[in-house]
Design a protein around this ligand. Structure first.
Ligand code: MN
Length: 317
Protein backbone atom coordinates (compact mmCIF):
# COMPACT_ATOMS: atom_id res chain seq x y z
CA UNK A 1 0.00 0.00 0.00
CA UNK A 2 1.83 3.15 -1.23
CA UNK A 3 0.84 5.44 1.65
CA UNK A 4 3.50 7.57 3.30
CA UNK A 5 5.87 5.40 5.31
CA UNK A 6 9.38 5.34 6.83
CA UNK A 7 12.35 3.01 6.54
CA UNK A 8 12.80 2.71 10.27
CA UNK A 9 9.70 3.33 12.36
CA UNK A 10 11.80 3.47 15.54
CA UNK A 11 13.23 6.85 14.46
CA UNK A 12 9.77 8.44 14.82
CA UNK A 13 8.38 10.19 17.90
CA UNK A 14 6.51 7.65 20.00
CA UNK A 15 3.04 7.83 21.46
CA UNK A 16 3.38 7.84 25.25
CA UNK A 17 1.86 5.05 27.30
CA UNK A 18 -1.57 6.02 28.63
CA UNK A 19 -1.91 7.12 32.26
CA UNK A 20 -2.98 4.33 34.60
CA UNK A 21 -6.20 6.24 35.21
CA UNK A 22 -7.00 6.50 31.47
CA UNK A 23 -10.28 4.93 30.43
CA UNK A 24 -10.13 2.90 27.23
CA UNK A 25 -13.16 3.62 25.08
CA UNK A 26 -15.66 0.77 24.87
CA UNK A 27 -16.88 -0.46 21.48
CA UNK A 28 -20.47 0.72 21.01
CA UNK A 29 -21.17 -0.65 17.53
CA UNK A 30 -19.57 -2.37 14.57
CA UNK A 31 -21.29 -2.01 11.19
CA UNK A 32 -20.41 -3.38 7.76
CA UNK A 33 -20.35 -0.92 4.88
CA UNK A 34 -22.54 -1.79 1.92
CA UNK A 35 -21.17 -1.19 -1.55
CA UNK A 36 -22.50 1.43 -3.92
CA UNK A 37 -21.53 3.58 -6.88
CA UNK A 38 -20.56 7.23 -6.90
CA UNK A 39 -20.03 9.88 -9.57
CA UNK A 40 -19.94 8.42 -13.06
CA UNK A 41 -19.97 4.89 -11.63
CA UNK A 42 -16.92 4.21 -9.47
CA UNK A 43 -17.39 1.61 -6.73
CA UNK A 44 -17.42 2.73 -3.08
CA UNK A 45 -18.12 1.32 0.36
CA UNK A 46 -20.60 3.48 2.30
CA UNK A 47 -18.69 3.57 5.58
CA UNK A 48 -21.36 5.32 7.65
CA UNK A 49 -24.42 3.42 6.42
CA UNK A 50 -26.40 2.17 9.40
CA UNK A 51 -24.56 4.34 11.92
CA UNK A 52 -26.63 6.69 14.07
CA UNK A 53 -26.15 10.33 12.88
CA UNK A 54 -25.67 11.53 16.47
CA UNK A 55 -22.71 9.15 16.84
CA UNK A 56 -21.17 10.52 13.63
CA UNK A 57 -21.47 14.23 14.50
CA UNK A 58 -19.49 16.31 13.30
CA UNK A 59 -19.08 13.92 10.35
CA UNK A 60 -21.79 13.44 7.76
CA UNK A 61 -20.74 10.88 5.23
CA UNK A 62 -17.73 8.74 4.31
CA UNK A 63 -16.94 6.57 1.30
CA UNK A 64 -14.06 4.20 0.81
CA UNK A 65 -13.17 4.65 -2.86
CA UNK A 66 -12.54 1.13 -4.15
CA UNK A 67 -10.37 -0.67 -3.50
CA UNK A 68 -10.80 -1.51 -7.18
CA UNK A 69 -8.50 -2.83 -9.87
CA UNK A 70 -9.68 -1.27 -13.10
CA UNK A 71 -9.20 -2.66 -16.59
CA UNK A 72 -7.91 -0.19 -19.22
CA UNK A 73 -10.56 2.44 -20.02
CA UNK A 74 -12.54 1.77 -16.83
CA UNK A 75 -11.37 4.38 -14.26
CA UNK A 76 -14.12 6.90 -13.57
CA UNK A 77 -14.61 10.13 -11.65
CA UNK A 78 -17.42 12.61 -11.15
CA UNK A 79 -19.03 15.22 -13.36
CA UNK A 80 -19.01 18.86 -12.20
CA UNK A 81 -21.28 19.15 -9.16
CA UNK A 82 -22.00 21.63 -6.35
CA UNK A 83 -21.57 21.57 -2.58
CA UNK A 84 -22.54 23.91 0.25
CA UNK A 85 -22.32 23.80 4.03
CA UNK A 86 -19.48 21.33 4.72
CA UNK A 87 -15.94 20.24 3.84
CA UNK A 88 -14.81 17.29 1.72
CA UNK A 89 -11.59 15.53 2.63
CA UNK A 90 -10.17 13.12 0.05
CA UNK A 91 -7.23 10.84 0.82
CA UNK A 92 -5.76 8.76 -1.98
CA UNK A 93 -3.46 5.78 -1.49
CA UNK A 94 -3.58 3.94 -4.82
CA UNK A 95 -4.31 5.68 -8.10
CA UNK A 96 -4.59 9.41 -8.70
CA UNK A 97 -7.52 11.82 -8.53
CA UNK A 98 -7.37 15.23 -10.13
CA UNK A 99 -9.47 17.93 -8.60
CA UNK A 100 -10.63 21.24 -10.00
CA UNK A 101 -13.11 23.70 -8.52
CA UNK A 102 -14.91 26.90 -9.44
CA UNK A 103 -12.98 28.82 -6.81
CA UNK A 104 -9.63 28.18 -8.53
CA UNK A 105 -8.66 25.33 -6.24
CA UNK A 106 -7.21 22.22 -7.75
CA UNK A 107 -4.52 19.62 -7.66
CA UNK A 108 -3.60 16.03 -8.21
CA UNK A 109 -3.50 13.58 -5.30
CA UNK A 110 -2.19 10.06 -4.91
CA UNK A 111 0.28 8.03 -2.84
CA UNK A 112 -0.95 9.28 0.53
CA UNK A 113 -1.85 12.86 -0.39
CA UNK A 114 -4.95 14.59 0.94
CA UNK A 115 -7.04 17.37 -0.47
CA UNK A 116 -9.27 19.38 1.75
CA UNK A 117 -12.03 21.39 0.14
CA UNK A 118 -14.14 23.72 2.23
CA UNK A 119 -17.31 24.20 0.19
CA UNK A 120 -18.57 26.83 2.61
CA UNK A 121 -21.18 29.05 0.92
CA UNK A 122 -20.82 27.17 -2.33
CA UNK A 123 -18.48 25.70 -4.88
CA UNK A 124 -18.62 23.51 -7.99
CA UNK A 125 -16.00 20.81 -8.39
CA UNK A 126 -14.95 17.79 -10.41
CA UNK A 127 -12.85 14.80 -9.35
CA UNK A 128 -11.47 12.50 -12.01
CA UNK A 129 -8.56 10.17 -12.72
CA UNK A 130 -5.96 11.58 -15.14
CA UNK A 131 -6.22 10.52 -18.79
CA UNK A 132 -3.14 8.27 -18.64
CA UNK A 133 -4.68 6.21 -15.81
CA UNK A 134 -8.01 6.02 -17.63
CA UNK A 135 -6.06 4.55 -20.55
CA UNK A 136 -3.99 2.12 -18.48
CA UNK A 137 -6.46 1.20 -15.74
CA UNK A 138 -4.99 0.04 -12.44
CA UNK A 139 -5.57 0.03 -8.71
CA UNK A 140 -7.62 2.83 -7.10
CA UNK A 141 -8.04 3.13 -3.35
CA UNK A 142 -8.84 6.11 -1.15
CA UNK A 143 -11.27 7.68 1.28
CA UNK A 144 -13.62 10.63 1.06
CA UNK A 145 -14.99 12.16 4.24
CA UNK A 146 -17.58 14.92 4.65
CA UNK A 147 -17.01 17.12 7.70
CA UNK A 148 -19.95 19.29 8.72
CA UNK A 149 -19.51 23.02 9.22
CA UNK A 150 -21.04 24.74 12.23
CA UNK A 151 -23.97 27.07 11.52
CA UNK A 152 -21.66 30.06 12.00
CA UNK A 153 -19.29 28.86 9.23
CA UNK A 154 -21.65 27.29 6.69
CA UNK A 155 -21.43 30.28 4.35
CA UNK A 156 -17.68 31.00 4.65
CA UNK A 157 -15.68 31.56 1.48
CA UNK A 158 -14.57 28.31 -0.22
CA UNK A 159 -11.03 27.16 0.50
CA UNK A 160 -8.73 24.48 -0.91
CA UNK A 161 -5.87 22.84 1.00
CA UNK A 162 -3.41 20.60 -0.76
CA UNK A 163 -1.90 18.33 1.89
CA UNK A 164 0.88 16.39 0.23
CA UNK A 165 1.89 13.17 1.95
CA UNK A 166 5.24 14.70 2.94
CA UNK A 167 3.45 17.18 5.25
CA UNK A 168 1.73 14.47 7.30
CA UNK A 169 3.05 14.00 10.85
CA UNK A 170 4.29 10.44 11.48
CA UNK A 171 4.31 8.76 14.89
CA UNK A 172 5.13 5.31 16.18
CA UNK A 173 3.37 3.29 18.82
CA UNK A 174 5.48 2.46 21.87
CA UNK A 175 6.80 -0.83 20.49
CA UNK A 176 7.05 0.28 16.85
CA UNK A 177 4.22 -2.02 15.79
CA UNK A 178 1.96 0.77 14.53
CA UNK A 179 2.59 3.73 12.22
CA UNK A 180 0.26 6.65 12.93
CA UNK A 181 -0.11 9.22 10.14
CA UNK A 182 -1.66 12.41 11.51
CA UNK A 183 -3.51 14.04 8.61
CA UNK A 184 -5.44 16.65 10.57
CA UNK A 185 -5.86 17.86 14.11
CA UNK A 186 -3.77 16.81 17.08
CA UNK A 187 -3.08 13.22 18.11
CA UNK A 188 -0.88 12.34 21.10
CA UNK A 189 0.49 15.89 21.18
CA UNK A 190 1.42 15.98 17.49
CA UNK A 191 -0.28 18.29 15.03
CA UNK A 192 -1.27 17.23 11.52
CA UNK A 193 -1.28 19.69 8.60
CA UNK A 194 -5.04 19.88 7.84
CA UNK A 195 -6.72 23.02 9.07
CA UNK A 196 -10.37 22.62 9.97
CA UNK A 197 -13.28 24.86 11.01
CA UNK A 198 -14.72 22.09 13.13
CA UNK A 199 -12.14 20.65 15.58
CA UNK A 200 -11.33 17.11 14.43
CA UNK A 201 -8.48 14.60 14.38
CA UNK A 202 -7.84 12.27 11.46
CA UNK A 203 -5.28 9.50 10.93
CA UNK A 204 -4.47 6.64 8.61
CA UNK A 205 -2.79 4.12 10.88
CA UNK A 206 -1.08 0.85 9.97
CA UNK A 207 -0.98 -1.83 12.66
CA UNK A 208 1.39 -4.76 12.07
CA UNK A 209 0.16 -8.35 12.54
CA UNK A 210 0.06 -9.16 16.25
CA UNK A 211 0.78 -5.55 17.32
CA UNK A 212 -1.49 -3.52 19.59
CA UNK A 213 -1.91 0.25 19.72
CA UNK A 214 -3.47 2.24 22.54
CA UNK A 215 -3.86 5.76 21.24
CA UNK A 216 -4.79 8.77 23.36
CA UNK A 217 -7.93 10.38 21.96
CA UNK A 218 -9.40 13.77 22.90
CA UNK A 219 -12.16 12.93 25.42
CA UNK A 220 -14.31 15.75 23.97
CA UNK A 221 -14.27 14.12 20.52
CA UNK A 222 -16.28 11.20 19.24
CA UNK A 223 -14.19 8.27 18.03
CA UNK A 224 -14.69 6.20 14.88
CA UNK A 225 -12.49 3.64 13.18
CA UNK A 226 -12.97 2.39 9.62
CA UNK A 227 -11.06 -0.70 8.53
CA UNK A 228 -9.63 0.01 5.06
CA UNK A 229 -7.81 -3.31 4.78
CA UNK A 230 -6.80 -6.32 6.81
CA UNK A 231 -8.23 -7.70 10.04
CA UNK A 232 -7.78 -7.20 13.74
CA UNK A 233 -9.59 -6.37 16.95
CA UNK A 234 -10.85 -3.21 18.64
CA UNK A 235 -11.21 -2.33 22.31
CA UNK A 236 -9.86 -4.12 25.34
CA UNK A 237 -12.62 -6.67 24.72
CA UNK A 238 -10.78 -7.49 21.47
CA UNK A 239 -13.83 -7.43 19.24
CA UNK A 240 -12.92 -8.81 15.78
CA UNK A 241 -13.13 -6.43 12.82
CA UNK A 242 -12.25 -6.74 9.15
CA UNK A 243 -11.96 -4.70 5.98
CA UNK A 244 -15.08 -2.63 5.28
CA UNK A 245 -16.27 -2.31 8.87
CA UNK A 246 -16.89 0.84 10.92
CA UNK A 247 -16.43 0.96 14.69
CA UNK A 248 -18.18 3.48 16.94
CA UNK A 249 -16.48 3.91 20.29
CA UNK A 250 -18.06 5.21 23.50
CA UNK A 251 -16.58 7.77 25.85
CA UNK A 252 -13.09 7.57 27.29
CA UNK A 253 -9.48 8.68 26.92
CA UNK A 254 -7.87 6.10 24.62
CA UNK A 255 -8.67 3.83 21.66
CA UNK A 256 -7.22 0.32 21.42
CA UNK A 257 -6.68 -1.32 18.02
CA UNK A 258 -4.77 -4.56 17.38
CA UNK A 259 -3.67 -6.33 14.20
CA UNK A 260 -4.64 -9.98 13.80
CA UNK A 261 -1.68 -12.39 13.81
CA UNK A 262 -2.74 -13.67 10.41
CA UNK A 263 -3.77 -11.18 7.75
CA UNK A 264 -5.69 -11.82 4.54
CA UNK A 265 -3.93 -12.08 1.22
CA UNK A 266 -4.82 -8.57 0.09
CA UNK A 267 -3.10 -6.74 2.95
CA UNK A 268 0.01 -7.39 5.02
CA UNK A 269 -1.26 -5.26 7.91
CA UNK A 270 -4.39 -3.83 9.48
CA UNK A 271 -5.05 -0.45 7.82
CA UNK A 272 -7.45 1.85 9.66
CA UNK A 273 -8.83 5.35 9.19
CA UNK A 274 -9.25 6.82 12.67
CA UNK A 275 -11.37 9.91 13.06
CA UNK A 276 -13.11 11.99 15.68
CA UNK A 277 -14.29 15.50 16.27
CA UNK A 278 -16.17 17.81 18.57
CA UNK A 279 -19.87 17.19 17.98
CA UNK A 280 -21.69 20.29 16.70
CA UNK A 281 -25.04 19.30 18.23
CA UNK A 282 -26.90 21.37 15.64
CA UNK A 283 -29.85 20.30 13.48
CA UNK A 284 -28.80 18.72 10.17
CA UNK A 285 -30.87 19.14 7.01
CA UNK A 286 -29.24 17.51 4.02
CA UNK A 287 -30.19 16.63 0.48
CA UNK A 288 -27.82 15.54 -2.25
CA UNK A 289 -24.72 17.73 -2.18
CA UNK A 290 -25.94 20.24 0.41
CA UNK A 291 -25.69 19.98 4.20
CA UNK A 292 -27.49 22.77 6.04
CA UNK A 293 -29.33 23.33 9.33
CA UNK A 294 -32.87 23.73 7.98
CA UNK A 295 -34.94 22.48 5.05
CA UNK A 296 -35.46 26.07 3.89
CA UNK A 297 -31.67 26.51 3.67
CA UNK A 298 -31.37 23.34 1.56
CA UNK A 299 -34.08 24.63 -0.83
CA UNK A 300 -32.24 27.95 -0.99
CA UNK A 301 -29.03 26.07 -1.87
CA UNK A 302 -30.77 24.30 -4.77
CA UNK A 303 -32.20 27.64 -5.96
CA UNK A 304 -28.81 29.33 -5.69
CA UNK A 305 -27.19 26.47 -7.62
CA UNK A 306 -29.81 26.66 -10.37
CA UNK A 307 -29.32 30.42 -10.59
CA UNK A 308 -25.56 29.93 -11.00
CA UNK A 309 -24.70 31.51 -7.65
CA UNK A 310 -22.50 28.63 -6.45
CA UNK A 311 -19.89 29.44 -9.05
CA UNK A 312 -19.30 28.62 -12.68
CA UNK A 313 -17.23 25.96 -14.42
CA UNK A 314 -13.84 27.45 -15.34
CA UNK A 315 -13.59 28.41 -19.00
CA UNK A 316 -10.38 26.41 -19.40
CA UNK A 317 -12.24 23.16 -18.94
MN1 MN B 1 -18.03 16.30 -4.50
Amino acid sequence: MPAVTVDNILTLPRVEAPALTAVDRPVRAVTTAPTGYEGEGFPVHRAFAGVDMAALDPFIHMDQIGEVNYAPGEPKGTAWHPHRGFETVTYMIDGILEHQDSNGGGGSIGGGDTQWMTAGGGVLHIEAPPEHLVMSGGLFHGMQLWVNLPRSSKMVAPRYQDITGSKIALLSSQDGGALIRVIAGEIAGHQGPGSTYTPIALSHTTVAPGASLTLPWNPDFNALVYVMAGRGTVGTERRPVHSGQTVVFGKGDTITIAGADTQDQRSESLEVFILGGKPLREPVAMAGPFVMNTKAEVIEAFEDFQAGRLGSIPASH
